[in-house]
Design a protein around this ligand. Structure first.
Ligand SMILES: *[C@@H]1O[C@H](CO)[C@@H](O)[C@H](O)[C@H]1NC(C)=O
Ligand SMILES: *[C@@H]1O[C@H](CO)[C@@H](O)[C@H](O)[C@H]1NC(C)=O
Ligand SMILES: *[C@@H]1O[C@H](CO)[C@@H](O)[C@H](O)[C@H]1NC(C)=O
Ligand SMILES: *[C@@H]1O[C@H](CO)[C@@H](O)[C@H](O)[C@H]1NC(C)=O
Ligand SMILES: *[C@@H]1O[C@H](CO)[C@@H](O)[C@H](O)[C@H]1NC(C)=O
Ligand SMILES: *[C@@H]1O[C@H](CO)[C@@H](O)[C@H](O)[C@H]1NC(C)=O
Ligand SMILES: *[C@@H]1O[C@H](CO)[C@@H](O)[C@H](O)[C@H]1NC(C)=O
Ligand SMILES: *[C@@H]1O[C@H](CO)[C@@H](O)[C@H](O)[C@H]1NC(C)=O
Ligand SMILES: *[C@@H]1O[C@H](CO)[C@@H](O)[C@H](O)[C@H]1NC(C)=O
Ligand SMILES: *[C@@H]1O[C@H](CO)[C@@H](O)[C@H](O)[C@H]1NC(C)=O
Ligand SMILES: *[C@@H]1O[C@H](CO)[C@@H](O)[C@H](O)[C@H]1NC(C)=O
Ligand SMILES: *[C@@H]1O[C@H](CO)[C@@H](O)[C@H](O)[C@H]1NC(C)=O
Length: 684
């Protein structure tokens, strides 16, 4: 049910009670502003962002603190030409557009008591611009005290953006994130209902609203991308038709739809968006189910289903591919002091992963409905020290999917045999050890989980262009170790996920590596709560060929791209930091140091016969930034090797105890749902 969707719950917090949504109140879009600017010269003026927004931002006595996600630049029209988002001053080497550009304000809304009442507006494609690129600018301000919240944006029942909020300060914060949504061109070309669901709740303690504007920029680029002709969704369409969030909450929901594809599909890719919440938010710290009562005697229950998760795609109940998720950490996660003003990797733009289903087109183009289903698996133990990957995890994951289709001419019919699926039993290794105190009670627990899996689908299909043999091959490895000491007061978790996906004909190749190490110590007395944490994590993604989603390469010299100078990108980012949180009657302290490095590199590869090898590469963008106690102390950025946005006069970090106004609730790693919350646990 749309009503039982997740976003009413602070995403880094445990809600103890289920809520009933307030009666439906549908907010109809109140603001529709429309801007165009002539395209005669590169210096032409784009009408600035709607005046309404400035009225919307509270007159603050101090400038709002800018929070941000470190991300590669996105090319988008600015008032003075085409620039990258990271560099509004110096033009980038990206070419300017020859075509039109126009903006639409899709939303101006204050998310206050917004649980169960998403913002609803109507969208019509701009009439005066033959656009082939679309970017979205989401700008949000917030002041007061508030949890982090998840936001999901839909066009009708199709999810277009999954984001989350930063936690505000008393004086107020602001952030802007610009997202390239050109891969959704087929949706932007139709009239749609925009549903922006960001469930927030306000009471005497959690006072802050999230004031948000969403502006779409439509423009025409000389570099034509191969966006899908049609996009179908795997979602709760009934909720969407009722202007509610159409995400599935799994469990208890089953994320499946019966979908009838057009018969002339030549290429098909399914993307999945899946986010663990509540008991599943810190899934990589969950324990083996058989060990979840280890510290019962100390009143601590550990969360089950193992620290391994797999998102599975099924077509008519046959496995068609898997996603091993990236451990997203929201801004209240582990210790909030890590995440201001630098938010966690992907926190403002949660990634979707893609599974090529072209080998299934012989089946999918038969004119009949087929069951496309997305399930979340953990590890089920066999009682003898072993286990297997099995569907079924705690509450809950928010899941949607999209089916991207590229079509042959009308009247053509794609045919082919059932694909051959090779899915050998994954290797699953489990081990654990319990240590006792001298009086015999369990005091320490360590466990490790190692998983590897190979998966492939091959077939032969016939499209308008002839007969071909598409395949989808995945090879993945995972390793996790958790060590709990002092009956779970300290938890050290280290995990590494890596793997390759390959669809050689398309072509498409991706290699991922997601290392993470978190060590946190959580001490609670009747009056005080303290948490210390150390974190070290990374996200490395190599993508080559024709991915569905923009890689960032689109923002660089168009002729470089057109001339096939690069066939892919390597995105590498890492964050490390330490943070402290104390809540006591006398003092609230939240402090922390976080450093992040990010590089985006253009790569040239040797072909797609096997997994492509990199022949040469060139750094396109790099940023290295450090923040201490809420203030950026070091920030350097280079675009194609040139320094930009120099940071010569680094302000000194705030002196003395930096008492933040919002001691936000958080959930501590892997502990049971009994006593993990600080303050009020979300809505009644
Ligand atoms: C995004 O919108 C904000 C607020 O309207 C504006 O200040 C900012 O310049 C915009 N950024 C980009 C890259 O469009
Ligand atoms: C958000 O908007 C509300 C309603 O207009 C306003 O009262 C509040 O001050 C705004 N908050 C911020 C941080 O701008
Ligand atoms: C873009 O790349 C082409 C080919 O490599 C080069 O000739 C041109 O100078 C570049 N343009 C800019 C603006 O850097
Ligand atoms: C989206 O929903 C609206 C309202 O139900 C409908 O008029 C419109 O045709 C739908 N758009 C698409 C692309 O299905
Ligand atoms: C100690 O931990 C083991 C393994 O989880 C469990 O079977 C046992 O019941 C625990 N002992 C106590 C006293 O809680
Ligand atoms: C541990 O506590 C849980 C939850 O309170 C309870 O269901 C379970 O029976 C207990 N197990 C043991 C071994 O004491
Ligand atoms: C689709 O398949 C899934 C998984 O095999 C199953 O749980 C679900 O009930 C099926 N849905 C329909 C509508 O048949
Ligand atoms: C499918 O093709 C891939 C790549 O050519 C190959 O590695 C795999 O073994 C094949 N699988 C089947 C089931 O034929
Ligand atoms: C057993 O020893 C531990 C560690 O010394 C202590 O925290 C705990 O309270 C003791 N439990 C009992 C039942 O004596
Ligand atoms: C059709 O096949 C030719 C030759 O194999 C290939 O070059 C071309 O890219 C294909 N076109 C499409 C739309 O797949
Ligand atoms: C985790 O942190 C605790 C408390 O600071 C420390 O004693 C322990 O050595 C750390 N563990 C690891 C593996 O670094
Ligand atoms: C950051 O805040 C903490 C806690 O108030 C303080 O101990 C520390 O000295 C501060 N760091 C800097 C560099 O000011």
């Amino acid at each position: 049910m749309g009503a039982e969707k997740a976003s009413h719950v602070p995403i880094s917090n445990i809600a103890h009670r289920r809520t009933h949504p307030s009666p439906l109140v549908v907010l109809i879009a109140t603001v529709f502003l429309f801007f165009t600017w002539p395209t005669t010269s590169t210096a032409t003026r784009l009408t600035q962002i709607p005046q309404t927004f400035s009225n919307f931002i509270r007159q603050a006595s101090q400038p709002l603190l800018e929070v941000f996600q470190v991300a590669p630049p996105v090319l988008t029209p600015f008032s003075n030409g085409f620039h990258s988002t990271t560099d509004p001053i110096t033009p980038t080497t990206a070419s300017t557009s020859e075509g039109c550009a126009t903006q639409q304000t899709l939303m101006v809304n204050s998310f206050a008591n917004s649980y169960g009442t998403p913002f609803v507006g109507s969208y019509s494609p701009p009439a005066n611009c033959n656009f082939n690129r679309v970017t979205l600018n989401l700008t949000v301000t917030s002041a007061g005290r508030q949890f982090d919240r998840l936001g999901i944006v839909y066009l009708n029942s199709t999810e277009i953006w999954r984001t989350s909020t930063a936690e505000p300060t008393a004086d107020g914060i602001i952030w802007t994130y610009v997202k390239d949504v050109s891969h959704l061109l087929a949706l932007w070309r139709e009239p749609q209902t925009l549903i922006f669901d960001l469930g927030n709740l306000i009471d005497d303690t959690y006072t802050a609203a999230f004031n948000a504007t969403l502006v779409a920029t439509f423009w025409e680029s000389a570099h034509v991308s191969d966006a899908a002709d049609r996009i179908l969704s795997v979602s709760n369409a009934t909720a969407g038709e009722n202007n509610l969030a159409s995400v599935f909450t799994v469990p208890p929901a089953i994320a499946s739809n019966e979908i009838t594809l057009p018969r002339n599909v030549r290429k098909a890719v399914v993307s999945v968006s899946a986010t663990g919440q509540i008991d599943e938010e810190f899934w990589y710290t969950n324990t083996l189910t058989s060990l979840s009562n280890t510290f019962n005697a100390s009143g601590v229950t550990l969360l089950p289903y193992s620290p391994f998760r797999e998102v599975q795609l099924y077509i008519d109940s046959t496995l068609a591919g898997v996603v091993w998720p990236f451990p997203v950490i929201f801004t209240g996660g582990i210790v909030p002091g890590f995440w201001r003003p630098i938010v966690g990797i992907d926190a403002f733009d949660l990634r979707e992963d893609e599974i090529d289903v072209t080998p299934w087109l012989g089946l999918l183009c038969d004119g009949n409905p087929h069951n496309i289903s997305i399930a979340i698996a953990g590890i089920a133990e066999d009682g003898k020290g072993g286990g297997e990957i099995a569907v079924g995890v705690g509450s809950y994951w928010l899941v949607t999917g999209k089916v991207f289709l590229w079509l042959d001419p009308e009247g053509s019919v794609t045919t082919g045999a059932m694909p051959t699926v090779e899915s050998p039993a994954p290797s699953v290794q489990l081990s654990s050890q319990v240590g006792k105190s001298s009086n015999g009670t369990n005091n320490t627990l360590s466990y490790s989980v190692d998983v590897s899996r190979d998966f492939s689908v091959n077939s032969t299909i016939t499209t308008a262009n002839g007969t071909s043999s598409p395949s989808w091959t995945q090879s993945l490895t995972y390793s996790n170790k958790n060590e709990l000491t002092n009956t779970g007061v300290t938890q050290y978790a280290t995990q590494d996920t890596s793997g390759t996906d390959l669809a050689p004909l398309r072509p498409y190749a991706r290699r991922i590596n997601y290392p993470i190490t978190v060590n946190s110590t959580f001490t609670q007395t009747d009056t005080d709560l303290s948490i210390t944490g150390v974190i070290n994590r990374g996200e490395d993604i190599f993508v080559a060929g024709d991915p569905v989603f923009p890689t960032g390469l689109e923002s660089f010299n168009v002729s470089d791209v057109d001339s096939q100078q690069f066939q892919g990108t390597q995105l590498s980012t890492s964050q490390n930091g330490s943070a402290y949180y104390l809540r006591s009657p006398a003092l609230n302290v939240s402090s922390g140091t976080t450093s992040q490095d990010l590089t985006l590199t253009g790569v040239r590869v040797d072909g797609f016969d096997g997994f492509p090898n990199v022949q040469s590469d060139e750094e396109l963008y790099a940023r290295s930034v450090t923040a201490v106690n809420g203030t950026v102390t070091q920030d350097s950025e280079t675009l194609e090797g040139q320094g930009i946005n120099g940071f010569e006069d680094a302000p000194a970090p705030l002196a003395g105890p930096n008492v933040w106004a919002a001691p936000n609730a958080m959930k501590v790693l892997g502990r049971g749902s009994g006593d993990n919350t600080v303050g009020v646990a979300g809505p009644p």
